[in-house]
Design a protein. Structure first.
Length: 264
């Protein structure tokens, strides 16, 4: 049994407290700008949004097929434009037809943005598509803070304002025709195959784990750089644990091997 004197006990308790505080601070920071996946949950289909033409509609009036949901703000000077551009380019690459096999819903999480701004942004991205879709195939929505937070909180999309911009993650969120969250593709770069598979799963209502789960552990959100950066400490800790496990396994196996050699 281990015996601790008062100094050792105090140091041990302080170490535990420090680790707990660090973990809590890290969790709080991730809550400010990041994604907490809510696979299997249903988005609030009763929430109301304005279309780019100024019509007030409920999400249930729009979503009727596998849906790619993007959460952005239209005056973003960061990752929103690359995200939507990448999505438009992938629409041209996959052999599914937008409007027939799936749809896209883009929602601004800035309550100050209005339909006229959404209309201009929509025109920019529709121009990138090889085949012009119908108006309802890719909609650009705006709303008030209550309706916006009803959707962002449900899908676990966290952001915060910094001066005139927002710090936020990038992702494609896939929704089944009945509103179930089925998959997340994180980041702003995507493979056409991954998007196609996610659309198929959304159509079937299947919940799929994110391919980037391991990357989420290895990467943390860089607030200043407004991007995900490699967390060297976590990666180093993971490598250290793996090497320690291999070393312990070696120590266990080697004596057994020697004993077998002696007996033979």
């Amino acid at each position: 049994m281990l015996n601790f004197n008062n100094l050792q006990r105090t140091f041990f308790l302080f170490l535990i407290f420090f680790i707990m505080q660090s973990s809590y601070a890290d969790a709080q920071e991730q809550k400010k700008a990041g994604i907490d996946e809510q696979l299997g949950k249903y988005i609030p289909l009763e929430s109301e949004f304005y279309t780019e033409d100024g019509r007030l509609v409920k999400l249930k009036e729009i979503i009727n097929k596998p849906t790619i949901l993007t959460l952005v703000f239209y005056e973003c000077r960061g990752i929103c434009t690359p995200l939507l551009t990448e999505l438009a380019e992938n629409v041209n690459k996959i052999d599914f037809k937008l409007g027939k096999d799936y749809q896209i819903v883009t929602i601004s999480f800035d309550p100050d943005e209005k339909p006229n701004l959404a209309k201009g942004k929509k025109a920019n991205y529709i121009k990138l598509l090889n085949n012009k879709p119908a108006d309802g195939d890719w909609v650009f929505l705006t709303s008030d803070s209550a309706n916006i937070y009803s959707i962002t909180n449900t899908v676990g999309f966290y952001f915060f304002k910094e001066e005139d911009q927002f710090v936020h993650p990038g992702a494609l969120i896939f929704i089944s025709p009945d509103g179930k969250i089925t998959r997340y593709l994180l980041g702003i770069k995507f493979l056409p195959f991954d998007i196609k598979m996610a659309i198929i799963e959304a159509g079937e209502g299947k919940v799929g784990p994110t391919i980037a789960k391991f990357l989420k552990f290895c990467y943390t959100y860089d607030v200043e750089g407004k991007t995900y950066a490699l967390n060297v400490t976590r990666v180093a800790a993971l490598i250290t644990i793996a090497l320690a496990g291999i070393f312990v396994l070696f120590l266990i196996i080697k004596p057994k091997k020697n004993n077998l050699e002696v007996r033979s």
